[in-house]
Design a protein around this ligand. Structure first.
Ligand code: ASP
Ligand code: MG
Length: 477
């Protein structure tokens, strides 16, 4: 059993659909038990979000325009690749029906003038609900017995709309009950990524970019041998190639390293996607739809191929560093607890924490967008301390970046941090704060936005990541 997931660019236009069809065809010759998971066509989810938000302001034109554009975009692919007239007409009706649903939803949002997280999830998941039947029809046109499946019938989630988490046992039952009989009949299921439904059947989404997560959830539920994430780059790279042109594809990376990189901004894989497959030891590969012969990156339990210490560097931009400072804080218990409790009440995502041992300040990093909620919340929390000058101020430094240096090989090897700081020192890059995870698999640095790219390049060179040994990995297929 294998699960093949295709991202938005892999189903971005008719040519890409043809590539996908070829990959699926070849994969199925290797293993008849193949399940496909698809994202929305690239750009569609953003368009759906924009339309829903515009509707909430009473803008009817925006969603009517989106409806027409989305219909044209999907029909264009169908027109080129679904050659059978009857099939194409049936698909056309289905697309129109779904888009009428979208229009009705947006109209009610516009009338209510309010967009709830629950309503937004129905709209947001529409892209996958258009892409899956389209891909299934394209695959049928190429002789594959494909059938679209809505993941609302497979993945059961909690009701945390916009970032729902799967309930694994219920999902296992549902997905096996639905998919195994299809597979037994020789059918190729084409499932919607990104979406699920609560126990009551209310539609949810798993969060932006979470079709990867859908694929690994289904892989775990089906006890798959392998999950393949087909994207538009050759795998996980040592750094963002737009920043470091010499960046290389990593032949192997461990689950842990992959999760750290994803969490710290590497865009290839959703940060949660490794979780469902770790315990089961399911093989996970990142592959390029547009360069299918490349072996890509294999995510494994313990990465050993590159015995280098540092494997990759990622950067997460658009952040803000909050500091609670004051000489009077020294030795006062509970300041840290109250700081993070206040941030948590605002649902701020704390990406990194750093406290100097003098205890005169607690710093933490959050997305820039959360600043407006968090600073006033902290000022309210420490109102008494601020008045008595135990806490001097709550400050915020905007436009900062976390640069994460990742690699399990750093464990127990002295001098890594010195090398990182040496490289930055030579380039006169100021490090604002530092944190190291206790796993020692990650050193995170805070630098100013303007220094971030250069910092990544310097560290990349210092660890000679451009000279990564090229492994003769087995070809993708
Ligand atoms: N279509 C969704 C998004 O754009 C999910 C995904 O592509 O993974 O966030
Ligand atoms: Mg993605």
């Amino acid at each position: 059993m294998q699960v093949l997931k295709f991202g938005g660019t892999s189903v971005g236009n008719a040519q890409a659909f043809v590539q996908v069809a070829e990959i699926v065809q070849a994969a199925r010759q290797q293993d008849a038990d193949t399940v496909v998971v698809t994202s929305a066509m690239s750009g569609v989810t953003n368009q759906l979000f924009a339309a829903a938000r515009a509707a909430a302001t009473g803008d009817h034109d925006a969603y009517l325009r989106a409806r027409d554009e989305l219909l044209a975009k999907h029909q264009m692919v169908a027109g080129q690749l679904v050659t059978d007239g009857t099939e194409r007409a049936a698909l056309g009706r289905l697309l129109e029906e779904r888009l009428q649903g979208f229009e009705r939803l947006c109209r009610s949002i516009a009338i209510l003038g309010e967009l709830t997280a629950r309503g937004l999830d129905v709209v947001a998941g529409m892209g996958e609900r258009l892409a899956a039947p389209l891909l299934a029809a394209v695959l049928r046109a190429r002789g594959l017995p494909a059938e679209a499946v809505d993941a609302a019938d497979l993945i059961v989630t909690d009701n945390n709309f916009g970032a729902a988490e799967p309930l694994m046992e219920a999902s296992r039952d549902k997905s096996r009950n639905k998919l195994l009989p299809l597979l037994a009949r020789g059918i190729l299921p084409v499932c919607t990524g990104y979406v699920g439904a609560t126990v009551e059947g209310i539609p949810t989404t798993l969060g932006r970019g979470a079709s990867d997560y859908s694929a690994t959830i289904l892989g775990a539920c089906l006890d798959a041998r392998e999950v393949q994430i087909w994207t538009d780059v050759d795998g996980i790279l040592t750094a963002d190639p737009r920043v470091v042109p010499q960046a290389r594809t990593l032949p192997e990376l461990s689950y842990g390293e992959t999760a750290e990189l994803a969490y710290f901004g590497a865009k290839v894989l959703h940060p949660n996607a490794v979780h469902p497959v770790i315990d089961k030891g399911i093989s996970l590969r990142i592959l390029n739809t547009f360069n299918p012969k490349h072996p890509g990156t294999r995510v494994v339990k313990d990465a050993h191929l590159t015995d280098g210490t540092v494997k990759a560097i990622s950067a997460i931009k658009g952040l803000c560093m909050i500091a609670v400072e004051g000489r009077g804080m020294m030795g006062v218990p509970g300041i840290a607890a109250r700081t993070f409790a206040a941030a948590a009440r605002q649902k701020a995502n704390v990406l990194m924490i750093s406290q100097a041992s003098s205890e005169q300040s607690i710093c933490f990093v959050i997305p820039q967008g959360d600043r407006a909620k968090v600073v006033p919340a902290l000022e309210a929390e420490f109102h008494a301390e601020l008045t008595r000058r135990l806490v001097d101020q709550v400050s915020a430094m905007e436009n900062i970046v976390i640069v994460a240096v990742v690699g399990y090989g750093m464990r127990g090897i002295p001098g890594i941090a010195a090398k990182v700081f040496g490289a930055l020192g030579e380039a006169a890059i100021n490090v604002i704060a530092v944190a190291q995870g206790s796993s020692e698999a990650n050193i995170s640095l805070v630098v100013a936005q303007g220094d971030a790219d250069e910092a990544v390049r310097q560290i990349h060179t210092a660890f000679q990541l451009d000279k990564l040994p090229v492994t003769a990995g087995a070809p993708a297929r």
